[in-house]
Ligand binder design. Structure first.
Ligand code: PEP
Length: 261
């Protein structure tokens, strides 16, 4: 099944508005008619998403308008409104120009003690508001060394999608590879992705499972995306560190677009 790859930038708690605006301008330039065709990246070859922190949403939504890339929030609260200081609702994200949201990033699980069940509530709130959740799952180094990787993935995915009815995509992000410079080998990543697709098949049926894009995240960079993307069940990347550099991110966009089915 041919799946359009996704390349997603997770800026985490980085960038100020001027830097964000200049990054968006560079991305817009990638499609300009005066570029050599081989250097252009069109939206039907690779779907590009940018997840900035909340204060940058306006700037990025304006900077990427016109189909260059879609914008998403890095988090969402399960409740529609109310007394939740510091949190953001799904409707507020939509209002700010988002069509996507990250749910269950390991840094939220770690820093904010988010449980699997809590993440499931976020997924549902996002879907009800019309956002597409990009659900992040992945094992810690300790869990991998104890042979628990697949059990952890199953537990996280099952809870995140419990009662989910709308669209979603998945990101496999081994925690030990995030921001460490250490990347899963293509074989390790493919094993996890194939397991996730089989699990989705059991939960949703084979046809639906074959449509879900499963991204790899964990120190993805221009030097390693080609060999990872060559694997059958890797449908793109969720990129942290390398997504802060528009040259590196553009190079990754071109890699995905070149190899897209
Ligand atoms: C991430 O934050 O989702 C991520 C994969 O980060 P990095 O690319 O820096 O490992």
């Amino acid at each position: 099944m041919a799946r359009t790859p996704i390349l997603a930038a997770n800026w985490k708690m980085n960038m100020l508005r001027a830097e964000a605006a200049s990054f968006c301008e560079q991305l817009r330039g990638l499609n300009e008619a005066d570029r050599a065709p081989a250097d252009r990246v069109s939206a039907d070859r690779v779907e590009v998403l940018v997840f900035p922190s909340f204060p940058l949403l306006d700037t990025v939504a304006a900077g990427l308008a016109g189909g260059v890339a879609s914008v998403g929030g890095q988090d969402v609260h399960p409740k529609a409104s109310g007394a939740h200081t510091g949190d953001v609702s799904a409707a507020q994200l939509v209002d700010a120009g988002c069509s996507w949201v990250l749910c269950g990033h390991s840094e939220r699980r770690r820093d904010h003690g988010e449980s699997d069940e809590w993440i499931g509530l976020k997924v549902k709130a996002a879907q009800e508001a019309g956002l597409i959740p990009l659900v992040c799952v992945g094992e810690t180094r300790e869990e991998r060394s104890q042979g628990q990787t697949l059990d952890v993935l199953k537990r996280q995915v099952t809870a995140a999608l419990d009662g989910s009815s709308g669209s979603f995509e998945l990101a496999y992000e081994p925690v030990w590879a995030i921001g460490t410079g250490e990347t899963a080998t293509p074989e390790m990543a493919q094993e996890a992705h194939a397991f996730l697709r089989r699990l989705l098949g059991d939960m949703l049926g084979a046809e639906r499972a074959s449509q879900v894009r499963i991204l790899y995240g964990g120190s993805a960079k221009p030097e390693n995306v080609d060999e990872l993307y060559a694997e059958n069940d890797i449908d793109g990347f969720l990129v942290g560190g390398a997504s802060l550099d528009s040259e590196k991110f553009s190079a990754m966009m071109r890699s995905c677009a070149r190899s897209a089915p």
